[in-house]
Design a binder for this molecule. Structure first.
Ligand SMILES: NC(=O)c1ccc[n+]([C@@H]2O[C@H](COP(=O)([O-])OP(=O)(O)OC[C@H]3O[C@@H](n4cnc5c(N)ncnc54)[C@H](OP(=O)(O)O)[C@@H]3O)[C@@H](O)[C@H]2O)c1
Length: 287
C-alpha cells in the first residue's frame, strides 16, 4: 500500500472523530494529530478522553484537540455533542464514525433501542445527519463509517429489530453493521450534487478492545483468537486514514471498502426497497 496519505497536511482541516479513545481509533487520531488537524474528539468518559486529548495536543504541539462529551448510546447526548461541534466549527472537513461496540448480553438504551443497534448504527446515522448541512457548505468533505466484514452474515429483522425474541452478540452486531452499509449507500444518493462523499469501511480483523464485554464461550474463544490472529491496531488505523485522506478515494461515494478494495456488500444492501425501509426506520428511531 502506498502510504503517502500519512503525510497529508491537515492544517486548517477539522476532523470529527468518534471512537478515538481506544483500539484502532486511538492509533488513527494520534496520526491525525501529527498531520495538524483540529480534532473534535468524542468520548463518553471525561477522564479517559481528556487523557487522550492531552496526548494528542502533545503530539501536535498545539491545543488542536477538543473534548466532546458524548455517550453514543444516548440520542440526547449525540444531539448535544453535535451542537457543540456546530458551535465550535465553522467548517467540517471529515466525520469519522469509528466508535462501535459488541455486547455480552441484550441491553436497551434509555430510548428503548437495542444497544448494539443504537451504538453501531443509530448513533453514526444521527450524527451524520446533524452535521450534514455544515459538511455540505464545504467545497470537499468526507464521511467514513466503520462497518465490518461480518455485515455479510447480517440480516435486518424488521419483525423484531430490537431482537427481543432471540438476541445474540453476533446477530445484533451483524444487523447493525449491515444497516450501516445500507444507510451509507442511501446517504450517498441523497448527497448527489454536493461535494460530500460517504463510504463504509471494513477495517479488517484488528487486535483491539472490541470483545471486552463478551461472555461465556464467545469470550473464551473470541479473545484468544483475536489475540493470536488479528492485525495490530495500526493496520486498521491506516485503512481508516487512507479512506479519509488519500486522493485515490476522492469522488468515490456510497461504497463498501473491504480493507483496501471496493467490494459489494451483503446483497440485502443492494436492494433499494430494503435500504429505503432501513433508512425510514432509522429516521423514526432517531426522531
Ligand atoms: N477490531 C476489529 O477486528 C474490527 C473489525 C471490523 C470492524 N470493527 C469496527 O471498528 C471500530 C473500532 O473498534 P475497535 O475494534 O477499535 O474497538 P475498541 O477498541 O473497543 O474501541 C471502540 C471505541 O468506541 C468507543 N465507544 C464504544 N461505545 C461507545 C459509546 N456508547 N459512546 C461513545 N464511545 C463509545 C470506545 O470508547 P471507550 O474508550 O469509552 O470505551 C472506543 O473508543 C468499531 O466500529 C468496530 O465495530 C472492528
Amino acid at each position: 500500500m502506498n502510504k503517502d496519505f500519512l503525510n497529508t497536511d491537515l492544517t486548517g482541516k477539522t476532523v470529527v472523530f468518534t471512537g478515538g479513545t481506544d483500539g484502532m481509533g486511538k492509533e488513527a487520531v494520534k496520526k491525525i494529530a501529527k498531520m495538524g488537524a483540529t480534532i473534535m474528539l468524542f468520548g463518553r468518559s471525561k477522564e479517559k478522553t481528556l487523557t487522550v486529548v492531552k496526548e494528542l495536543n502533545e503530539i501536535a504541539q498545539k491545543d488542536n484537540t477538543m473534548f466532546v462529551q458524548c455517550d453514543l448510546a444516548s440520542l440526547t447526548s449525540i444531539r448535544n455533542a453535535a451542537q457543540q461541534v456546530l458551535d465550535n466549527c465553522p467548517k467540517i472537513d471529515y466525520v469519522i464514525n469509528c466508535a462501535g461496540a459488541n455486547f455480552g448480553e441484550r441491553k436497551l438504551t434509555e430510548a428503548g433501542h437495542e444497544m448494539t443497534w443504537a451504538v453501531n448504527h443509530l448513533a453514526p446515522f444521527l450524527l451524520n445527519n446533524l452535521l450534514l448541512e455544515r459538511l455540505k457548505e464545504n467545497d470537499k468533505a468526507k464521511i467514513v463509517n466503520l462497518s465490518s466484514a461480518t455485515e455479510k452474515s447480517g440480516h435486518i429483522h424488521f419483525d423484531d429489530i430490537h431482537l427481543s425474541k432471540h438476541w445474540s452478540t453476533f446477530k445484533s452486531y451483524t444487523q447493525a453493521k449491515l444497516a450501516m452499509n445500507m444507510v451509507t449507500r442511501k446517504l450517498a444518493k441523497e448527497l448527489e450534487g454536493t461535494a460530500v462523499t460517504v463510504n463504509a469501511l471494513n477495517p479488517g480483523f484488528i487486535k483491539t478492545n472490541l470483545l471486552r464485554e463478551l461472555k461465556g464461550w464467545e469470550r473464551i474463544i473470541g479473545v484468544p483468537y483475536m489475540f493470536f490472529f488479528a492485525s495490530k491496531p495500526e493496520v486498521g488505523a491506516n485503512r481508516i486514514l487512507r479512506l479519509a485522506f488519500s486522493e485515490e478515494f476522492d469522488g468515490i461515494t456510497g461504497k463498501f471498502i473491504y480493507e483496501d478494495k471496493v467490494r459489494d456488500p451483503n446483497p440485502e444492501a443492494l436492494n433499494p426497497q430494503i435500504v429505503d425501509k432501513v433508512w425510514a426506520l432509522s429516521k423514526e428511531h432517531t426522531a
